[in-house]
Design a protein around this ligand. Structure first.
Ligand SMILES: N[C@@H](CCC(=O)N[C@@H](CSC=O)C(=O)NCC(=O)O)C(=O)O
Length: 276
């Protein structure tokens, strides 16, 4: 494992690390923000999953989350969004292949060789973070758009592993929208039953833990009525009594300006859940 960046930030340290992922069978990068409190002992971790076209940098340079992480003593971890490299399958489109891993385990060639972002984000990365950094096993998870889908599905599939979950502008029902249909057909094949394993709205009914969902959604989001459909998640939650707080924000779009506007509230929400 090699540290490739280090920057002093709000009294703590913003770092980027590179390592060989055995899950993805490629070199991967992730960002980690260590708040000043991490010098004194282990701190809880908020995992952030970014969206389509992103890598480990988008969140750390655009969201402004470090200020709040330093305030609350929370470590931030933001991985890349897919396996990477010249020998890793890719596609000419920006919503498939590298930069578009969809936080699932692909079963179809050529993708199944490297595309196991679910196992990476839910298993390998937390184990590495807890072994190599002053991180406790108190975990929260959040993300944006494709990363919001990742955060919701990973939390729903792993009862007891996360103290809290939230999402900004998530793809809540990928089986039903163009981004998800395209990615799931490529990565998982045409069996729709397999798709439901990676679809938050479909997973809600059989969730084994009623972990509350905090969803932040801009009303002026350019993808709201084509790709996101948060009402589908609200309906699924209401059908089974799963707690959801869907916050519709007038005037906000899909960008990191939206995330930056409300990330402080989300870090505070997770910090409260992560407190001893
Ligand atoms: N083709 C455009 C749009 C891609 C885009 O909007 N990506 C979002 C995530 S969308 C869902 O997962 C994003 O986070 N972009 C990175 C950013 O820093 O804003 C494009 O290539 O930008």
């Amino acid at each position: 494992m090699e540290r490739v960046e280090q920057h002093a930030c709000f009294g703590g340290s913003q770092e980027v690390w590179s390592h060989r992922s055995r899950t993805l069978d490629c070199e991967m990068k992730f960002a980690v923000y260590l708040p000043p409190q991490a010098r004194q002992g282990r701190r809880p971790v908020l995992y952030w999953l970014s969206g389509l076209t992103c890598n480990e940098h988008n969140f750390i340079v655009k969201a402004g989350a470090q200020r709040y992480a330093a305030e609350h003593g929370v470590i931030l971890v933001a991985p890349d969004t897919s396996p990477r490299g010249a020998d890793v399958a890719d596609d000419a489109d920006w919503d498939l292949g590298q930069g578009a891993g969809f936080y699932l385990n692909a079963t179809q060639a050529p993708w199944s060789k490297h595309y196991r972002m679910y196992d990476y984000a839910a298993e390998e990365l937390p184990a590495l973070i807890e072994a190599e950094f002053p991180a406790s096993d108190r975990r929260a998870i959040s993300g944006h758009s494709m990363g919001g889908h990742g955060a919701l599905t990973i939390a729903l599939k792993n009862p007891g592993r996360y103290r809290s979950v939230s999402a900004f502008s998530p793809i809540v029902a990928p089986s039903q929208v163009p981004w998800g249909k395209k990615a799931f057909a490529a990565y998982l094949g045409e069996d729709r039953n397999a798709w439901r394993e990676w679809d938050a709205a479909a997973l809600i009914a059989r969730a084994q833990e009623r972990l509350p969902l905090l969803i932040e959604q801009g009303e002026a989001d350019e993808f709201l009525t084509t790709q996101l459909w948060p009402e589908l998640l609200r309906a699924a939650c209401e059908a089974v009594g799963h707690p959801i707080d869907l916050r519709m924000r007038l005037g906000y779009d899909h960008s990191y300006y939206f995330i930056a506007s409300f990330i402080g509230e989300h870090v505070a929400y997770h910090a409260a859940a992560l407190a001893d």
